[in-house]
Write a protein that binds this ligand. Structure first.
Ligand code: ATP
Ligand code: MG
Length: 553
């Protein structure tokens, strides 16, 4: 028992206590995104945390769009967000919920506050309001409109709703305390006039509630027990508590804050991703260099790898950035036993076996994954003309180079030993063909013990190989120089994508499905690009290379 308690995160400890003390019967959590952009890896943490708690405590998880600010919200984002959440495997209870469905209840709540003398209509302009608000060290001043009568406030608020005032002329404010040390409590605005069409309610409303007022009401209406949000809302918690207290909800929800997830050298903020998309710096929200969930999916990350990552990072209250290589570690771990290991040559040169019969093709049975025989095997063609990687041959090898060079013998993976006899260069001095002889006795090389070779290289039979495009990615941000330039623009790494157009892959890839993941032996893990790949012109994204210095301690 002891051990179990200590391994729980701080939120689970709070929930345990609430259950123990009888404050909560069924744990209810929610994920409340604003539909103003695509979800990113940080949101995945919040989704998996909220959904995970509901599962762990046999409770309920709600999916709710916090669509109370019509300026930036779009239906397009609603669809993409639902796709991403389903992809992650989080299952919500009942229908998808929308905060905008609660607009009538929020309006009533505001009227309730007015009737209690806890809210008033204020005519101060935005700049006057700023002056009256005070500073961190000085208290604010009461608005001259603070003592309007309840009747007058009720009438003015109704007129606000009925469209009698232009944007910005009047607001509804909570009447709390202008001298509070917490600025959020200095009579915050709870409703504003905004003549904007809402993506769901259309023109039904021309007043919209502010987030700090709307959110606790949304939670309370749904019976959320633990409203989990990120640290920047810590200072808003007294206001959250004030709203649910003044509105006298039974079993009010409790706000709990945790630290946002940040990754080094990637752009996580929705705002910044949006900027990259809008400025055309990246190829849409799912550009594989981004860490939006749609981009990670297109790049080849799996929901399992993201889950593992989020679990490794853990839930804390202390802010910090997580190293991107940790995410890479997780996808390698996940794909290691799941994906077929195939041969692909990214920078091809011809290897010709001079003593192999012209026109002959033989087939080798090759296990799809040497560490997981359940993935079966396939037949790989072999012939006189092969492709190998350009850097698997060197005319003048340095020390410890064990691959092909004149006079050296290597193992062709799963096939024969070949010995380099000669090579041909073009007029620019680039090697175009490597000529070898093979030893038929070394077939399926691994059982051949008479002599040893130190190098093993991969290859493809030129006549059967399929042409493919391969995209290699690096961080989108230039690591050396930091995320932002002096002028505030984002510092893009000019080498963030390298497109290789003349690659070759095994003929078996003709069967590859969109988003299918593979290991290209010696080259990394790759995914069939869901946008651009076609059976007759394959396109692969490199998810991650095979090796890393990252270690889990
Ligand atoms: P961004 O700052 O990227 O624009 P946001 O907080 O504005 O994100 P919302 O749609 O309001 O985006 O977020 C929905 C939920 O996801 C909120 O509960 C928010 O706290 C959480 N969330 C957002 N970013 C992160 C993050 N980096 N790590 C963990 N949770 C996050
Ligand atoms: Mg937000």
């Amino acid at each position: 028992m002891e051990l179990e308690t200590t391994s729980k995160n701080f939120i689970e400890q709070i929930i345990d206590k609430d259950i123990e003390e009888g404050h909560c019967e069924v744990v209810k959590t929610r994920f409340p995104p604003e539909p103003n952009g695509y979800l990113h890896i940080g949101h995945a943490k919040s989704i998996l945390l909220n959904y995970g708690l509901a599962v762990k405590y046999n409770g309920q998880f709600n999916m709710r769009f916090d669509d109370t600010n019509p300026t930036k919200e779009k239906e397009e984002f609603v669809d993409s967000i639902l796709t991403d959440i389903s992809w992650l495997g989080a299952k919500w209870e009942g229908p998808v919920l929308f905060a905008s469905d609660y607009f009538p209840k929020m309006y009533e709540a505001a009227v309730t506050l007015i009737k209690k003398g806890k809210a008033y209509v204020c005519d101060l302009t935005a700049s006057q309001m700023r002056e009256y608000r005070g500073t961190l060290t000085e208290p604010g001043m009461d608005s001259p409109y603070r003592n309007r009568s309840i009747e007058e406030n009720l009438e003015l608020f109704e007129n606000m709703k009925d469209g009698k005032f232009p944007d910005g002329e009047k607001v509804l404010r909570a009447k709390i305390d202008m001298s509070s040390p917490n600025i959020n409590m200095r009579d915050p605005i709870i409703y504003r006039v905004a003549h904007i069409t809402h993506h769901r309610t259309g023109d039904a409303w021309c007043i919209y509630p502010m987030y700090d007022f709307a959110h606790p009401i949304e939670d309370a209406i749904e019976g959320i027990t633990h409203s989990i949000c990120t640290l920047e809302f810590e200072d808003h918690r007294p206001l959250y508590d004030w709203v649910v207290r003044e509105l006298e909800y039974e079993n009010p929800p409790k706000q709990i804050e945790f630290a946002k997830l940040y990754l080094t050298n990637v752009v996580t903020g929705k705002r910044y991703i949006k900027k990259l998309v809008e400025e055309g710096i990246v190829d849409g929200w799912d550009d594989p260099r981004l860490v939006s969930l749609s981009a990670l999916r297109r790049r080849g990350f799996t929901p399992e790898s993201i889950k593992m990552f989020v679990e490794l990072v853990g839930v804390t209250k202390s802010q910090g950035s997580v190293e991107y290589p940790m995410l890479e570690y997780c996808i390698r771990e996940d794909l290691k036993l799941k994906s077929n290991r195939m041969m692909a040559v990214l920078d091809p040169i011809k290897l010709i076996i001079d003593n192999y019969p012209e026109g002959q093709v033989e087939y080798f049975d090759v296990l799809n994954n040497q560490e997981n025989e359940e993935l079966g095997s396939r037949k790989v063609p072999f012939s006189k003309e092969l492709y190998i990687e350009r850097d698997d041959f060197m005319e003048e090898p340095p020390k410890k180079y064990f691959r092909l060079f004149p006079g050296n013998e290597v193992r062709l993976m799963n096939a024969y030993f070949v010995k380099c006899e000669s090579f041909i260069k073009d007029e620019n001095g680039n090697v175009t063909e490597v000529h070898c002889t093979y030893d038929p006795a070394t077939k399926n090389g691994l059982n051949f013990t008479e002599r040893k070779v130190k190098g093993t290289i991969h290859w493809l039979s030129a006549g059967q190989a399929l042409k493919a495009e391969v995209r290699l990615y690096e961080n989108i941000i230039d690591e050396e120089k930091g995320v932002y330039n002096d002028d505030g623009s984002i510092n893009i790494n000019p080498n963030s994508v390298t497109i290789l157009k003349d690659c070759f892959v095994e003929p078996d890839f003709a069967k590859a499905k969109s988003e299918e993941k593979f290991q290209f032996v010696r080259n990394g893990y790759f995914c069939v690009d869901s946008k651009d790949s076609k059976p007759e012109s394959l396109v692969f994204n490199r998810i991650v290379s095979l090796k890393s210095s990252f270690k889990i301690n």
